[in-house]
Design a protein around this ligand. Structure first.
Ligand code: BG6
Length: 490
C-alpha cells in the first residue's frame, strides 16, 4: 500500500549531537557541551568546568557545522522532503539572557534552511533539543525559574521572525516528558536545564545518574515549560498563521508484565505519569483530571496548577500536531524480582517476547501500531508524526569501505509496515523522520559507536577520525522506500 501523496519522509538530528563547532562564531556553552562520554555500562559524567584534557563528544561531534552542504545533498539523494533539525539556542543567544541575538548564529541557520529548500526539503525545526544555554542552568536554574519562560520566548520570537518565510514546521521542546520519564537529576538537566547548586559547584566528576533531584522542582519546571511552549504557539501563529507548531513526546509505550489486574492498573498509572501528563496539557490545553492526585501521590504540592493566567495560556496555546519518538516498548509490574532492561533513558522490566538492541532497547514494531492507535484515540483529529525511530548499532566497515547494515534495514522494514497498517485504519499520520540518519553522538551514552545512520561518519570515541562520510546499504534501501512511497520495502 502506498503512503499518502504528500507524506513527509526524512530524518532527524539535533544540533548538539551533530554540529560540533561548540564555541565557533560566537556560540555560548550549552548543557551537552559540559558532558563527557560514557557507554552502555558506564553513565556519562558532568564537570562544572571544561577539562581541556578530556574528550567531549559534542565539541566537534560530526562537524555538521562545516559539512552541512555535503550532508544535506546526501539527504536529498535519498529523496527526503523533510529534514528535522534543531536550532542550538546558544548560537542565537550565547548566554540565553543576552540583549541582542548573535548574527553569525542566525546566518548559519539561514544557510542551512536555504540549502534544504534548494532540494525541495521542508525544515522541521525543534527549538530546544536538550540545548539550554549553560548560563541559564547556573544563573536561573533552568525552567524551574519563571524568568526562563521570558528568555525562551525572546529566543523563539527571534527565530520565528527571522525564518518565517523559510520554516513552516516547528516543535517547541524535544521530549518534553523526559524529566518524568527518567525521574531523576538526569531528566531535569536534559529537559529543564535544572541542576542543584551542590552539583553545579562540585569539583568532582558526577555520573549523570547520580545528579541530585527534587520532584517538586521538576513539576514546577515542567509547568513553566508548558506555559513557555503554549506562549510560543500563540506568538508563532501571530507571526505567521500558516505555522504548524507541534510538541514532542518520548513515547514510552508500556505493557503490563503479567495479566494481574494490579499490573494493568500500574501500567495505566505509569502511562499517565510518563506520557500523558505532558501530552494532555499540550494537546488538550489543560491538566488531566487525575493530575492533581498524581502530584499529591508524588508527595508534592499541586498549587502550581492553580494559576488562572497560566490556565488561559495553556488553553489558547494548544499544539497543531503531536509528534513523538518511538524506539522500543517495555513492561512494568508491581513485582520486584524481575529481569530489567534499558530503554530510552529509562530502565524497566524485560519483555520475554522481544529481542533487544546491543544497548538493551527492545525492538517492537507491533508496539508502534499499538502506540499510533492509542494516540489517535486519545487525541482525535490531531495529526500525528513520528519524528524519531531507529536502531543504534555497531557498524563494521569492510575493506572496500562498504557497510552491510542489514540489521538496520530489518529494524526499519516492519516499523514502516506498522505505519502502513495504521494509515490503512485511517489514523492521521502525516510523516516520518528516522533518528540519526547520519551517525552522530548518542544523547544517552555520548558515544559515536552507537550508530544510527544511513550515512557512516568516520569519527570515533577516542576522538580519531577524519569526518569523512560514506553510504551504508541502508542508505540505498531508504532511498528506494521513499522513491516508491513506501511500497518497495524489500
Ligand atoms: C531521543 C533523543 O531520546 O533518543 C535523541 O531525542 C537521542 O536526542 C535519541 O539521540 C536516541 O537516544 P541515544 O541515547 O541512543 O542517542
Amino acid at each position: 500500500m502506498a503512503f499518502p501523496k504528500n507524506f513527509l519522509w526524512g530524518g532527524a538530528v539535533a544540533a548538539n549531537q551533530c554540529e560540533g563547532a561548540y564555541l565557533e562564531d560566537g556560540k555560548g556553552l550549552s548543557v551537552p557541551d559540559m558532558l563527557l562520554g560514557g557507554n552502555v555500562n558506564t553513565p556519562r559524567t558532568f564537570l562544572p568546568q571544561i577539562d581541556e584534557t578530556a574528550f567531549y563528544p559534542s565539541h566537534e561531534s560530526i562537524d555538521f557545522y562545516h559539512h552541512y552542504k555535503e550532508d544535506i545533498a546526501l539527504f536529498a539523494e535519498m529523496g527526503w522532503n523533510v529534514f528535522r533539525l534543531s536550532i542550538n539556542w546558544g548560537r542565537i543567544y550565547p548566554n540565553g539572557d543576552d540583549e541582542e541575538p548573535n548574527e553569525a548564529g542566525l546566518a548559519f541557520y539561514d544557510s542551512v534552511f536555504d540549502e534544504c529548500h534548494k532540494y525541495g526539503m521542508e525544515p522541521l525545526v525543534t527549538l530546544c533539543h536538550y540545548e539550554i544555554p549553560w548560563n541559564i542552568v547556573t544563573k536561573y536554574h533552568g525552567f524551574y525559574n519563571r524568568e526562563t519562560i521570558d528568555l525562551f520566548l525572546k529566543y523563539v520570537k527571534t527565530c520565528f521572525e527571522r525564518y518565517k518565510n523559510k520554516v513552516k514546521y516547528w516543535l517547541t521542546f524535544n521530549e518534553i516528558n523526559i524529566a518524568m520519564m527518567v525521574g531523576g537529576g538526569l531528566g531535569d538537566l536534559y529537559g529543564l536545564g535544572l541542576m542543584q547548586d551542590e552539583d553545579i559547584n562540585s569539583t568532582e566528576r558526577i555520573p549523570l545518574n547520580k545528579l541530585k533531584h527534587d520532584d517538586q522542582q521538576t513539576l514546577i519546571g515542567l509547568h513553566n515549560q508548558f506555559v513557555a511552549s503554549a506562549l510560543a504557539v500563540i506568538e508563532g501563529h501571530k507571526i505567521n498563521p500558516d505555522f504548524m507548531i507541534g510538541n514532542m513526546i518520548a513515547h514510552g509505550t508500556m505493557y503490563p508484565l503479567t495479566p494481574n489486574p494490579k499490573d494493568m492498573l500500574f501500567v495505566q498509572e505509569m502511562e499517565h505519569n510518563k506520557n500523558d501528563y505532558c501530552g494532555d496539557v499540550q494537546v488538550r490545553g489543560a491538566y488531566p483530571v487525575w493530575a492533581r492526585k498524581m502530584v499529591l501521590d508524588m508527595g508534592c504540592d499541586p498549587s502550581f496548577m492553580d494559576n488562572e493566567e497560566d490556565a488561559k495560556i495553556l488553553k489558547e496555546g494548544v499544539v497543531d500536531f503531536y509528534t513523538f519518538s518511538y524506539y522500543q516498548t517495555s513492561c512494568v509490574t508491581t513485582k520486584t524480582d524481575v529481569e530489567m532492561t534499558a530503554g530510552n533513558m529509562s530502565y524497566r522490566a524485560k519483555n520475554p517476547y522481544l529481542k533487544a538492541s546491543d544497548w538493551g532497547w527492545q525492538i517492537d514494531p507491533d508496539g508502534l501500531l499499538y502506540t499510533i492507535r492509542v494516540l489517535s484515540d486519545r487525541y482525535p483529529g490531531t495529526p500525528l508524526m513520528i519524528v524519531e525511530n531507529g536502531l543504534g548499532a555497531f557498524d563494521k566497515v569492510e575493506e572496500d569501505g562498504s557497510i552491510h547494515d542489514t540489521y538496520r534495514i530489518d529494524y526499519f522494514r516492519p516499523h514502516i509496515q506498522a505505519m502502513q497498517k495504521a494509515l490503512d485504519e485511517g489514523h492521521k499520520l502525516i510523516g516520518y523522520t528516522t533518528w540519526g540518519p547520519i551517525d552522530l553522538v548518542s544523547a544517552g551514552t555520548g558515544e559515536f559507536a552507537k550508530r544510527y545512520g544511513f550515512v557512516y561518519v568516520n569519527k570515533h570515541d577516542d576522538g580519531s577520525g577524519d569526518f569523512s562520510r560514506s553510504r551504508k546499504d541502508s542508505f540505498f534501501w531508504y532511498k528506494k522506500v521513499i522513491a516508491s512511497n513506501g511500497t518497495d520495502l524489500d
